[in-house]
Design a protein around this ligand. Structure first.
Ligand code: ZN
Length: 137
């Protein structure tokens, strides 16, 4: 992060904090140099950068898992209350967006929407049939 008193004409920047990397520093370097701070802790843009990537990856995985869990519960509730034949209005009411399906498979101009515990078979533009999986995907 500290200026090196040398040229920065190549415009290289640390991938983590954006600080300029001096031209004389090895070409492969993408981060500021590791520094030991006055309190003894280590400042490493490379470590911080990797930690941030890891955190983002974990959070998006958790986010997707939480979403599919919520959808499974919502579809199960809809199935219990309305039976296997449902409408797109029902899906709206239960907050089950079809675009959140794990996968969509075209079938005769319509689609099968696969969720973790159910398959939603599109019967028409407004009607669907819920098929619980024998085994979760
Ligand atoms: Zn940096």
């Amino acid at each position: 992060m500290k200026p090196h008193g040398s040229a920065h004409t190549q415009g290289r920047q640390c991938l983590h904090c954006g600080a300029p990397i001096a031209d004389h520093i090895h070409k492969g370097r993408k981060f500021c140099e590791r520094e030991v701070l006055a309190d003894g802790s280590v400042q490493s843009c490379k470590d911080d950068f990797n930690a941030r990537l890891r955190k983002e990856r974990d959070e998006s995985f958790r986010g997707r898992t939480a979403l599919q869990k919520r959808l499974s519960i919502a579809i199960a509730a809809l199935y219990k209350n309305k039976g296997e034949r449902v409408t797109t209005d029902d899906l709206d009411r239960y907050e089950i967006p079809l675009e959140d399906a794990l996968r969509q498979e075209p079938k005769g101009g319509l689609f099968d929407f696969y969720f973790h515990h159910h398959r939603l078979e599109q019967l028409s533009m407004t009607h669907l049939k819920i098929h619980p999986h024998a085994h979760p995907l």
